[in-house]
Design a protein around this ligand. Structure first.
Ligand code: FAD
Length: 410
């Protein structure tokens, strides 16, 4: 991607911020009238995009970190210009995007910068890792690996090998299952018993993954209990220090503490002077544009679209990959002066991994679980990945982790 002088001023008819699920799927369907470097500009702060739905498997050493990274530059080829810079603000009235490489004027702007982890409360922030990016996954892998090495040597450590996960959403559940399977794996490789190797999942409400059908909660509870995960419902975590976490029921020692407490909108969207939901996502209308600013689309995790049938759509990859191509079609109609397209969401269902060989989901209207659901989950991931190289590497990692062992732990 192009690196610019920080004071550069540019202009493009269409500016797309973010080359993730939404941005890349839009560029894949870029209308003919916008397919020229001077017409369309892609702005992303990174050189490589991270396939975050796989980072649980990176954290437990089953997938190599490079497998989750894809270069962004090939998305444009000769069809659009690209700028490696962070977008820092939008002047909606002046139709200008501010970036770390200068300002960019636009006729149409697509904000597709994704989201970030909701942070823990300030008084506990220093005692938790978050889990939202590849860097978070690598940090967790290294915390788990060093706790395991100390336990193997019999060295005392505050909170030992116990892992506390705070937040029973999909990220907390998927991670709890993966870590529980990892601890079993390590237990078999240890000459001494790993007595404090536990996973405790705390959830303040009475249900896991509350935004999904209760079926997800029921199946996940069954599977997590079978894996030995202690699920504590109705248990808000109120305190933490390097030795563990505090709840209304008492102190739980935990050497590794991860905050999996939800999603926060991208700061770029949060800074916009528009109406937002509690997570800071901008409310968008039937064309996925900002009310009063039909030239600004907010796609993927940054926007919240209230569907008449399903309510506010969740921040998921399956929503983002529908919105990108839809926005491309609508933009095509606008530049041709043709009738526009209202956004029409199709509910493809959702799948949640419950560790290797198990998952729960709803697909094509049917409830699925077990090995078949896991096979479906993996095939959806392979479908979402960019190109043959990424699919091949993921397949090789899955095969190798069974045959050879786990990266960072063996
Ligand atoms: C651990 C985890 C597991 C998940 N599992 C699933 C799952 O199983 N199924 C599912 O459907 N969803 C899952 N999700 C959610 C899914 O990953 C998101 O919904 C999806 O990534 C959102 O796509 P997006 O296009 O909005 O943003 P992203 O794909 O995150 O892309 C955002 C892009 O914008 C760039 N960017 C961000 N800010 C700026 C800026 N200021 N300036 C320039 N560039 C910027 C980033 O570099 C990135 O390239 C998971 C999320 C996490 C964190």
């Amino acid at each position: 991607m192009t690196r610019e002088r920080p004071d550069a001023t540019r202009r493009a008819r269409l500016v797309v911020v973010g080359a993730g699920f939404a941005g890349a799927s839009l560029l894949a369907k870029l209308p003919a009238g916008l397919q020229r470097p001077g017409e369309t500009l892609l702005v992303d702060r990174q050189e490589q995009w991270e396939f975050v739905p796989l980072i649980h498997e990176v954290a437990v050493g089953r997938v190599h970190p490079d497998t989750t990274r894809s270069p962004i530059a090939p998305l444009c080829k000769d069809r659009c210009g690209s700028l490696r810079a962070a977008a820092t603000g939008v002047d909606l009235e002046a139709r200008t995007l501010h970036t770390t490489a200068g300002t960019v004027g636009y006729e149409y702007l697509v904000l597709a910068g994704g989201s970030s982890a909701a942070p823990p409360p300030e008084d506990m922030a220093g005692h938790f890792q978050t889990f939202w990016s590849l860097d978070d996954a690598l940090l967790l892998r290294s915390s788990l690996a060093s706790a395991w090495k100390r336990a193997r040597r019999g060295e005392p450590q505050p909170g030992g090998l116990t892992v506390a996960l705070v937040g029973g959403g999909t990220t907390g559940v998927e991670l709890a299952a993966e870590v529980a399977v990892l601890l079993r794996y390590l237990g078999k490789r240890s000459s001494r018993p790993l007595e404090d190797a536990r996973v405790v999942l705390f959830e303040a409400s009475d249900r896991l993954m509350g935004w999904l059908d209760p079926y997800f909660h029921e199946v996940a509870m069954e599977r997590l209990l079978r894996l030995g995960v202690e699920v504590r419902l109705n248990t808000p975590v109120e305190a933490a220090d390097p030795s563990g976490v505090g709840t209304p029921d008492g102190w739980v020692p935990a050497g590794t503490r991860v905050w999996t407490g939800g999603v926060r909108a991208n700061p770029l969207v949060e800074s916009l002077p528009v109406e937002k939901d509690a997570a800071g996502r901008a409310l968008v209308g039937e064309y996925l544009t900002l009310p009063g600013h039909p030239e600004v689309y907010v796609l993927g995790d940054g926007g919240v679209y209230e569907d008449l049938r399903y309510g506010p759509l969740p921040p998921t990859a399956s929503v983002a990959v529908q919105q990108g191509p839809w926005a491309a079609r609508d933009l095509g109609a606008r530049v041709r002066g043709a009738p526009r397209y209202l956004f029409d969401y199709f509910d493809r269902g959702y799948l949640v991994s419950l560790g290797p060989g198990d998952a729960v989901g709803r697909a094509a209207g049917a409830k699925v679980r077990g090995a078949a659901a896991h096979a479906l989950y993996r095939s959806v991931f392979l479908y979402y990945q960019r190109g043959r190289r990424d699919r091949l590497l993921t397949g090789v990692d899955w095969a190798m982790s069974r045959a050879i062992g786990r990266l960072g732990f063996d």
